[in-house]
Design a protein around this ligand. Sequence first.
Ligand code: C5P
Length: 397
Amino acid sequence: MLSGKRILLVIGGGIAAYKMLELIRLIQKAGGTVVPVLTRAGAEFVTPLSVGALAKSKVHEALFDLTSEAEMGHIELSRAADLLVVAPATADLLAKMAGGRADDLASTLLLATDKRVLVAPAMNVRMWQHPATQRNLAVLRGDGVLFVGPDEGEMACGEYGPGRMAEPAAIVQAIGAALGGGPLAGKHVVVTSGPTHEPIDPVRYIANRSSGAQGTALAAALRDLGARVTFVTGPATVPPPGGVEVVRVETAQEMAAAVEAALPADAAVMAAAVADWRVANASGQKLKKDGSGKAPALEFAENPDILATVSKGARRPRLVVGFAAETTDIVAHATAKRARKGCDWIVANDVSPGTGIMGGAENAVVLISEVGAEAWPRMGKDEVARKLAARIAEALR
Ligand code: C5P
């Protein structure tokens, strides 16, 4: 899978650094070579001797190493690689990357490179959830940096939650996908996400509570499997993922046009919460109280059903997946919806207020396909996305 590929591996200072020995082995087993870079903190957790012996390579450590500079300058070092991998990526390394710092060899290489960067974060759950780290992540995603993990689970510090580094096998898979070797390589997938805003007048609109979290996670998971993703998003609260083509829209009509323009595709995944109705008599001027005490009467027109149009259209992708947010009789309603819309799968979820799913981090879904209904246990939206992306890859094989 990684035959002939050269991976520059930046090893940060975290307890998971010891797993880099296994990662190096797995990359080599897949046919790749590893050039290791050890940060000063990384060297506290794993020795240059073991890293170098396994990688069969010089371990690069210092920025001002004259022997290294004579052999290969740091600019060249960062560009001779096919991919840069940062693992474990500590909160400090992420902050340096987001800020464009270059005060040691690792950060300088990351700033000087013209190649893609894949990051496997690992840190304490509080550090991961801190607004500063989340801000840095958003910046890095915007810069097109790829991420694998972190996983949720028990941590070395005794706490539980997101922050555990992805397992080396998952990192190798992400490396393969980043280098274009994933199971969805060469496939184009259109993803819709977020709410739509339907104007009432120039300052007011009708919207819904969709955050765009599930659609964003899906686009990232499809990208991680190697797909070219066109991400058509309404005004979501969650920032779009890096490494995908982002098309921003506001209304359902704009979304329909953007999806049409993005076709042909191998698959379409419609995770957007599209408004069924728009205001037919939207005003060009701000509506004002006229003193009569009479409320303005809004008239509604039906929006195009993007999912049904794509499913029944001449340029129908091979696989069309819709979502169904329901509050009662989930399976029955979703099964009927699948037939009505003409899509292949419906991912149904219960968005009753008590579930905390709409706008929350978790989802409990039922996958409705031609073979029936399959209930998945409640899990993080990222995990739902990864599982669904793997299914999509299987279906498109
Ligand atoms: O009919 P309902 O809105 O419940 O259907 C939900 C599914 O249909 C979602 O996949 C949503 O993205 C899609 N949809 C659409 N265009 C609409 C309404 C819904 O693509 N106008």
